[in-house]
Design a protein around this ligand. Structure first.
Ligand SMILES: *Cc1c(COP(=O)(O)O)cnc(C)c1O
Length: 357
């Protein structure tokens, strides 16, 4: 199997070795030390401000999105949600479900946030902004410097879903003035799904502390209290946390988050330079390093995805709904090399020879 989806992605042999071990008991000083090291490395890779904290929830990424909406925000907030695809829509649904006062800035699929339209939200009493730094469904990387500058000028708290941007694109909590950053285990961390991560700057920590408890399992107050000693309130996905530790340590050894970002960016470049010879069209002109989204010109996208999977053992990332026949995405995260992309190009050549596309 050659997996070019955007998560779960392929893991390294070192990660798989950790995944293959029996799960140890976790109420131990050893596991606590591992967790505190995970927190330290996450905060360091995010360049989080002093006195930030980081917690690990046993849930998929959406759990951390919901936890952040429930624990950092409250009914007195007035929230802006950037909505340019299925993950922006998820934040909208979470705000609606939890009874928050919110307005959407809808972006046309595959387009950048429009600065003039964002500016229309200035001076209207908004208190928080929710954004998926990389809208994975369209591959658009939002202009975070622009969004951050808008938030700073208006005193608006910035909460970033960086689930598919962490380690792929530049993400500096101090520079952006981010109150909270969310990520997950199965994207560029390239370990199994099941753990989501929330890094909280003092601004968000204060909010969590003051807000009333509205949930139990996803309570950040409980998670933060337990994490003071490197523990979790409930049995966590222990093995995944150990895989995260192996990955974070390896990344640190290999030069840190910047080096990992460089590695992913060079895979994206390698793919994008060559794919222009094939009958596809880029979905956007503001791509993350994480994934390349492509419209097909000569074939149904879902046929390409299916044939590559069934006949070549190559997995591309399909889109859902009405877009399924028009586009697919090719990821650049996980344990991939340029040789893997060469195999994909060979398969594309074969599909052309077979007149499938
Ligand atoms: C993958 C992803 C999520 C979370 O998805 P889960 O299936 O809940 O892990 C959220 N936001 C973005 C931008 C993502 O790419």
């Amino acid at each position: 199997m050659l997996n070019f989806t955007v998560g779960p992605v392929m893991s390294s042999a070192d990660t798989l070795a950790v995944a293959g071990e029996s799960t140890p008991y976790f109420r131990t000083p050893e596991f606590s030390a591992t967790m505190l090291e995970n927190e330290r490395l996450m905060l360091s890779f995010l360049n989080a401000p002093e006195n930030s904290r980081c917690v690990f929830l046993t849930s998929s990424g959406t759990g951390a999105m919901e936890s952040s909406v429930m624990n950092i925000l409250n009914k007195d907030d007035k929230v802006i949600v950037i909505n340019g695809g299925s993950f922006g829509q998820r934040f909208v649904e979470l705000c609606a479900l939890h009874g928050l006062c919110y307005d959407e800035l809808k972006c046309e699929f595959g387009t950048q946030v429009d600065e003039a339209r964002l500016e229309e939200f200035s001076g209207k009493g908004y208190t928080a902004l929710l954004v998926n730094m990389h809208e994975t469904s369209s591959g658009v990387l939002y202009d975070m410097d622009m969004i951050s500058s808008f938030c700073k000028r208006n005193g608006i708290m910035l909460i970033i879903d960086a689930i598919s941007a962490f380690l792929s694109d530049e993400l500096d909590m101090q520079k952006l003035g981010a109150a909270a950053v969310i990520t997950g285990s199965q994207k560029a961390l390239a370990v199994q799904p099941g753990i989501s991560v929330v890094a909280l700057a003092p601004e968000a920590l204060e909010r969590v502390d003051k807000n009333e408890e509205v949930c139990l399992y996803l309570s950040l107050k409980q998670a933060l209290k337990n994490m003071e000693r490197g523990q979790t309130p409930f049995t966590p996905a222990v093995t995944i946390l150990l895989q995260i530790n192996q990955r974070l340590r390896q990344i640190e050894k290999d030069g840190g988050a910047e080096a990992e970002r460089g590695r992913i960016a060079s895979l994206a470049r390698y793919f994008r330079e060559r794919i222009t010879d094939y009958p596809f069209e880029f979905v956007n002109n503001c791509s993350s390093n994480t994934v390349t989204a492509l419209y097909t010109k000569t074939a149904d996208a879902s046929d390409i995805v299916r044939i590559l999977k069934d006949e070549y053992g190559i997995w591309l990332c399909p889109n859902g709904g009405a877009l399924a026949s028009k586009m697919f995405r090719v990821g650049h995260i996980g344990n991939l090399t340029t040789a893997d992309y060469d195999k994909l190009f060979e398969a594309f050549d074969d599909l052309i020879a077979r007149k499938i596309m």
